[in-house]
Design a binder for this molecule. Structure first.
Ligand code: 5GP
Length: 208
């Protein structure tokens, strides 16, 4: 959380918008992992075709159900470093020890140029950095967990974590909660169906 690597002075489109297409907006979901933000993003992608997903690059191991290029672009640390050096990221973070995650400029601009609104599923610092970068083109939403106990329960039931990585994730949550006031909207995910409706309304008001 201590390192901020957003580069704010190089917002050059990688390609031009399709003739007649309006640039899509940027909708950022940030939250401690386990809050349900990924479920919310997946729901929006499945049900509304005006959204596209910014597939991040990351260096963690692929989970069994994940697809390279769809969930993440899975890279080695070396490959990630090369992209960093080539200035290919809008923002990147060391989210966990040795695990890098970053938003690729090419990914975002390609989608926005087709007129799609781009959805992001990023950590809290990444969300703050993306909002700073895209400013009024962006809506940032913090998805809050009802309680720490509930979060631990959700992460355990997901069975994707070892006890060690669970510990790391829970420690990060406390710190991340401190930043929620820096987001445009805060949504508490008690009951998923209600949360989805609330989020749809917030987004509708933003994109018009
Ligand atoms: P997971 O390993 O559970 O897929 O993701 C761990 C955390 O990294 C989540 O909070 C996720 O939202 C965040 N994350 C995913 N992609 C990016 C990214 O491109 N940038 C940043 N800053 N965080 C990301």
């Amino acid at each position: 959380m201590d390192n901020t690597h957003t580069k704010q002075n190089n917002a050059h489109p990688i390609s031009n918008p399709k003739p007649g297409a309006k640039q899509g907006k940027v909708i950022i979901f940030s939250a401690p992992s386990g809050s349900g933000k990924t479920t919310i993003v997946q729901h929006l992608l499945k049900n509304y075709d005006q959204f596209g997903f910014s597939v991040s690059a990351c260096t963690r191991e692929k989970r069994a159900f994940e697809v390279d290029g769809k969930d993440y672009h899975f890279l080695t640390v070396d490959e990630f470093e090369k992209k960093k050096a080539a200035d290919e990221f809008v923002e990147w973070e060391k989210v966990y020890e040795g695990k890098y995650y970053g938003t690729l400029k090419s990914e975002v601009q390609g989608l926005r140029n087709t007129g799609k609104h781009v959805l992001f599923d990023v950590d809290v610092q990444g969300g703050i950095n993306l909002k700073q970068y895209y400013q009024q083109d962006a809506l940032s939403i913090f998805v809050e967990v009802p309680s720490e106990e509930e979060l631990a329960k959700r992460l355990r039931s997901r069975k994707t974590e070892t006890e060690e990585s669970l510990k790391q994730r829970l420690a990060k949550v406390k710190e991340e909660m401190r930043f929620k006031d820096q987001f445009d909207k805060v949504v508490t995910n008690h009951v998923l169906d209600k949360t989805l409706k609330e989020v749809e309304k917030i987004i509708k008001d933003f994109i018009g």
